[in-house]
Design a protein around this ligand. Structure first.
Ligand code: UTP
Length: 297
């Protein structure tokens, strides 16, 4: 019987330099997609997968994330006094249960692997999920829920993957597949970070959602700096792959990497189009913009 996935780690200690100056005082994870901060989509995905406890690995200037998931007494009292029931319900719906979140600090942004390692005491000796909070996924069923379902069948470690065009594989972490489990899931034999053009072992990119066994922490504690001088999660996952099974899941849905400008803007349009009232105004606007001749160089 596989131990259940009860906890998730959301590393939010990065500097968000690609969005400066916006991220000078506002964490990248608090930038909004339509009417919710990016991180709210990720927390909602985790909760829809049955996650009971979320560990945020934060850094300096990230305290508004903690405030966002707390009760806002003054605001809520005012809304109550004004009978704004719909707004109150909205706040309640998106707020985790008391005691179901933890915040720990990564004292210096030494890399994603180091950020995950900072959660080791709170996670303890049980398998857990990692959700990169700048990637949001639009799907019918929570992407993490799809992974938890696969984990229920095969156990081990699971990585979410998504197809990318062959000429784009050099921009991503790419998995090498071994034996197929079903149409969308396979065992993995290797992972390659940004393979040189023409050398990628598949066209499946690693999407920012993982289910990992707790033995990863021991490996992370010895992990030296890798690519970019940072302690990389991928390096420790490769070491763990020598000892434990890893599977990939081609999930139903589409990811948006909101850590870069094209992904962030695309997510705003894609999620905005879900609201029929917004779509009514957006479509003519986009037609008008696209119809316009490009500005002279
Ligand atoms: P990124 O490298 O995409 O995020 O890390 P970043 O460093 O914040 O952004 P840029 O590149 O400067 O614009 C992926 C995720 O890992 C977290 C980030 O917060 C982000 O959610 N991270 C990264 C940490 O928590 N700690 C780190 O040391 C590095």
């Amino acid at each position: 019987m596989n131990k259940p996935i009860r906890k998730a780690v959301l590393p939010v200690a990065g500097l968000g330099t690609r969005f400066l100056p916006a991220t000078k005082a506002v964490p990248k994870e608090m930038l909004t997609i339509v009417d919710r901060p990016i991180i709210q989509y990720v927390v909602d995905e985790a909760r829809a997968a049955g996650i009971e406890h979320i560990v945020f690995v934060t850094g300096r200037n990230k305290h508004v994330i903690e405030d966002h998931f707390d009760m806002a007494y003054e605001l809520e009292d005012t809304l109550k006094a004004r009978n704004k029931t719909a707004a109150l319900e909205l706040l309640e719906k998106h707020r985790p249960q008391p005691g179901s979140t933890s915040f720990t600090r990564q004292q210096a942004p030494l890399g994603l692997g180091h950020a995950i390692w900072c959660a080791r005491d709170i996670i303890g000796n049980e398998p857990f999920a990692v959700l990169l909070p700048d990637v949001i996924i639009k799907s019918q069923v929570s992407c993490l829920k799809q992974m938890v379902d696969l984990y229920g069948q095969v156990g081990g470690n699971i990585i979410a993957v998504e197809e990318v065009p062959d000429d784009q594989t050099h921009n991503y972490g790419i998995v090498e597949l071994a034996k197929e489990i079903n149409g969308n899931a396979s065992h993995i034999s290797n992972m390659v970070e940004k393979p040189a053009p023409g050398t990628a072992p598949s066209n499946l990119m690693i999407t920012g959602r993982y289910i990992l066994q707790p033995e990863i922490f021991e490996l992370l504690s010895h992990q030296g700096a890798g690519a970019g001088g940072e302690i990389q999660l991928t390096d420790s996952m490769l070491a763990l792959m020598k000892e434990q099974p890893f599977a990939s899941l081609k999930f139903e849905g589409r990811s948006y990497d909101c850590g870069n400008k094209p992904g962030f803007l695309s997510a705003n349009i894609a999620f905005g189009m879900d609201d029929p009232k917004l779509a009514e105004e957006l479509v003519p606007f986009m037609m008008e913009i696209i119809g316009r001749p490009l500005a002279a160089e």
